[in-house]
Design a protein. Structure first.
Lengths: 430, 433
């Protein structure tokens, strides 16, 4: 080619064969045709065919095919031809939704002999629980503070296949005691702010909880750091001296109160003695404060959740508060929480919205939680099963249900990370 | 003084007798009441499969404290504080997973020993009906105490262990080649003198050289009177599997990853899909074959022909670690279901995941529900439907049955309750409003 160019620009043009330009054009045409034929033949790596796509952000709840290329969603449309994908998966009878986002979990696991949540056995490894429950993103609820966040990043975030984000604890050393602390010596809103700003894509907000003293300082410092970085505050449990009314009053739109439907001794319940939503709770809701479920091991009671639902207070997000002491209890996993609310009368789109797009918005991560072309391919394929199921709250009370969601397939950044029944595989005989 | 044989005398005797009966009866009555309500929990209406005791029929199981109190048909519900309806379900001894890696930790320079490839057991076990796991040589004598402190002493699951013949255990493939660190004396000494209740055998694995590692492991096994488990598969060219099974291993030793198909090891099934004769002979001679599914060690074109030709595993185990937990293995209930769908009867599946592994590791106090045994109990639902099972090569086998763990008890405590059957209905709680 270079040689030909030389000749063309040289003075001796009669050395170029007459058919040369035609040959070049033909070659070019051939390359283009073949190339586009190849591209057209298999532009997609993965095609989920025949499922019901539920994408709450875009108000989609209909039969659609979804194609993935690399780590991105490439196309969402009616009837994408199977010939266009290297791997075609038949998802007929199943629901295709964005990968679930758990905004409340404890995943700073380690072997700390004290067994705490900050690098100890109180926390759990995210990959062991996420994908099998359709979760592709978890948000750590303040196990790390500004002192040990870098260690959390190195040991957990960087080594997990699950996407791990974090609320930063206002206490520098994070969640060192499950029952709470009195000391305030490790609070530094400025250092917290600096840590957030050095990891803006990983830290989604501030977290406060597990403080047993009367001072408002930890709460106010957390609010301060949150405000300065334009991020939400996650209000956790075990703040026995700070009344719920005062806390909600000082919180801003977009802040999140978790363990919302718990009936616990160290915090007012959202319902009064007559089973009515308290006025200050209604005001908080109207103001734009978000309510997360977060059952954990002790913070979800039907006696709160069911009347609240009837009075119009639905959960905004379905955080699990997953940790060592909740993983084997009634909470079980995020799909179990979604299924509980499905059986309490919320629709499938509503529970999926709470588990995906609404959680993404709460975390100010609108790049997540949807199935748009160009979005990261974090996807769950759900099986809506019928049978006789029981769902239990933190008081050990049970409700009966006849529907349950199970993860048939989970995809993380375009890679299949959980395949319950081998949908993505070929039969062994072939 | 009353005269003998007079009516008064006889009446007085009757009165004395009646008085005695009343007093003794009165004293015994609280005992009788306690005796009548002596069980903490009754699993009522289930089908019991207890291979050791030859039970495979409807049977109630009563538990008192942390032990099995009574196993009988139709035990009265009045005899227990808590009655759990398990009708339609199978009650079995808690599953024993004989091959796992639970030495979880944060050493950045290691992989299985005190590191990220191992897992914390409690998040996997109870939800699959498992109550005992055996760590398969993640630690050697140099770091077993760390495994004990970090995992064994803190887990709710019962954790036992094979001790790796390599002193540092599974720190890295490179370190596992160090023959200098394969010390039969120290390994056997730790088992005999320090932790006889926790250490159940010796592990030989991941060795690239000749039979030296196996020989050292067997020497340690002889000194400690325990079996050896061998993961044999990384030799280039492969060493003779026949020599291993017929000469090097003793009856009672365990060959794991039985149905694997890998370049470094001879397979148990040849290229015409026939089980090799010496493999069957080895099983006859007493070598035990363990599944050890893992992330790469169960291949359909090995296990399906094996099952069809009656080469069944002696023990079903998971090789649980981070590379198997999200792949085709998933969990013990799923793995047991694979064998169910390969036409192994349910009681045979249960045998190979309870009583057989208990005997292999010399722990005959486990793996059965005899009266007085630890109340480690699994309750399974046998689901029917269309299920697919994956092997290590991403190939599927279709099945129509699957076990799901409904309820798991560990020393009499409910540690997993899928549908809340041990919980009261919320309608039973008096409404306050």
């Amino acid at each position: 080619m270079m040689h030909a160019c030389y000749q063309m620009t040289g003075t001796n043009t009669d050395r170029i064969p007459w058919y040369f330009p035609g040959m070049m054009l033909a070659a070019l045409a051939l390359v283009l045709v073949l190339g586009s034929a190849c591209a057209l033949a298999q532009p997609y790596d993965l095609l989920l065919k025949g499922g019901q796509v539920i994408d709450p952000k875009n108000d989609i709840n209909e039969p659609m095919d979804l194609a993935v290329t690399g780590d991105r969603i490439a196309r969402v449309a009616d009837d994408i031809p199977a010939s266009e994908a290297a791997t075609v998966i038949d998802v007929s009878g199943l629901y295709v939704a964005p990968g679930l986002i758990d905004p409340h979990a404890h995943v700073f696991f380690g072997s700390d002999p004290e067994g705490s949540f900050a690098g100890g056995t109180g926390s759990v490894s995210p990959d062991a629980f996420s994908f099998r429950s359709g979760v592709t993103t978890v948000v750590d609820a303040g196990d790390a503070g500004w002192r040990n966040f870098p260690e959390f990043k190195r040991r957990v975030i960087d080594q997990s296949d699950t996407r791990v984000l974090a609320f930063l604890n206002i206490f520098g050393d994070g969640l060192t005691s499950g029952s709470g602390r009195y000391e305030m010596d490790d609070i530094d809103a400025e250092k917290a702010r600096a840590m957030i700003e050095s990891h803006p894509d990983l830290i989604v907000g501030m977290r406060v909880g597990h403080f047993l003293g009367e001072s408002w300082r930890p709460f106010e410092s957390a609010v301060q750091a949150a405000r300065r970085t334009g991020r939400p505050l996650l209000l956790e449990c075990h703040l026995p001296e700070l009344p719920l009314s005062g806390l909600l009053e000082r919180m801003r739109p977009g802040d999140i109160v978790t363990h919302a439907f718990g009936e616990v001794s160290d915090r007012a319940a959202i319902l009064d003695e007559n089973g009515q939503l308290r006025p200050y709770v209604r005001e908080a809701r109207a103001k734009g404060i978000l309510f997360d479920v977060g059952p954990g091991g002790g913070s979800f009671h039907f006696s709160q959740a069911i009347p609240a639902l009837r009075q119009g207070l639905r959960p905004d997000t379905f955080g699990t508060d997953l940790h060592r002491y909740s993983m084997n209890g009634p909470m079980k996993n995020m799909l179990n929480i979604l299924s509980t609310y499905l059986n309490l009368g919320m629709s499938l789109e509503e529970v999926i919205a709470g588990g995906t797009w609404r959680a993404a918005l709460a975390l100010q991560r609108s790049d997540l939680g949807d199935l748009e072309e160009g979005s990261v391919a974090d996807i769950v394929v759900l099986d809506r099963q019928t049978g006789d199921y029981g769902f239990v709250d933190s008081g050990g009370m049970r409700i009966e249900g006849d529907e349950k969601l199970e993860a048939a397939l989970t995809i993380r950044a375009g890679r299949i990370v959980w395949d319950q029944n081998g949908l993505s595989a070929t039969a062994w005989e072939e | 003084m009353i005269k003998k044989n007079s009516l008064a005398f006889r009446r007085w005797n009757t009165l004395k007798r009646a008085f005695r009966v009343l007093v003794i009866g009165g004293l015994l009555m609280p005992v009788a009441v306690v005796y009548a309500q002596s069980y903490d929990m009754l699993l009522e209406g289930g089908h019991l499969i207890d291979p050791k005791n030859g039970i495979n029929e409807p049977m109630d199981v009563a538990i008192a404290g942390d032990s099995i109190a009574e196993v009988a048909p139709q035990i009265s519900p009045d005899s227990a504080d808590r009655v759990v309806d398990v009708s339609g379900l199978y009650v079995t001894p808690g599953i024993i997973d004989m091959h796992t890696h639970v030495f979880h930790g944060t050493d950045p320079d290691a992989y299985i020993a005190d590191a990220h490839v191992s897992v914390a057991p409690d998040g996997f076990t109870f939800r699959s009906g498992v109550t005992t796991v055996v760590d398969a040589g993640s630690a050697g004598w140099k770091n077993f105490r760390t495994l004990k402190a970090q995992t064994i002493d803190r887990a709710e699951t019962r954790v036992l262990a094979f001790l790796n013949i390599v002193g540092v255990g599974m720190v890295g493939r490179y370190e596992e080649q160090n023959v200098e660190d394969m010390n039969p004396e120290m390994t056997a000494l730790m088992i005999n003198e320090l932790f006889p209740d926790l250490l159940v055998g010796i592990k030989s694995a991941h060795y690239w050289g000749d039979f030296t590692q196996v020989e050292r492991a067997v020497e340690a096994g002889n000194r400690a009177g325990v079996p050896v488990m061998v993961d044999f598969g990384e030799h280039d060219p492969p060493l003779s599997l026949e020599t291993l099974l017929m000469d090097k291993l003793r009856p009672g030793d365990i060959f794991t990853h039985t149905y694997s198909y890998t370049r470094g090891r001879e397979a148990v099934v040849d290229e015409e899909f026939n089980v090799k004769p010496y493999v069957l002979k080895a099983q006859e001679r007493g070598v035990l074959f363990d599944v050890g599914h893992g992330g790469g060690s169960l291949i359909w074109h090995q296990v399906i022909p094996s099952m069809q030709q009656q080469f069944w595993p002696d023990v079903i185990s998971s090789d649980l670690h981070t590379s198997s937990m999200n792949g085709g293995m998933k969990n013990m209930a799923n793995l047991m279901s694979k064998f169910l769908n390969m036409e192994m009867p349910l009681q045979e599946v249960i045998l190979r995941s309870t009583w057989s592994p208990a005997q292999v590791i010399g722990r005959e106090d486990l793996g059965h529900l005899s009266t007085g045994a630890d109340a480690d109990v699994a309750v399974f639902r046998l689901k029917e439907g269309d299920f697919g099972f994956l092997d290590a090569r991403g190939r599927t086998m279709q099945g129509n049955r699957k076990l799901e763990a409904e309820l798991t008890l560990r020393e009499g405590r409910v540690v997993w309750d899928l549908n809340g059957r041990a919980s009261p209905s919320w309608e039973e709680e008096p409404r306050r409003y």
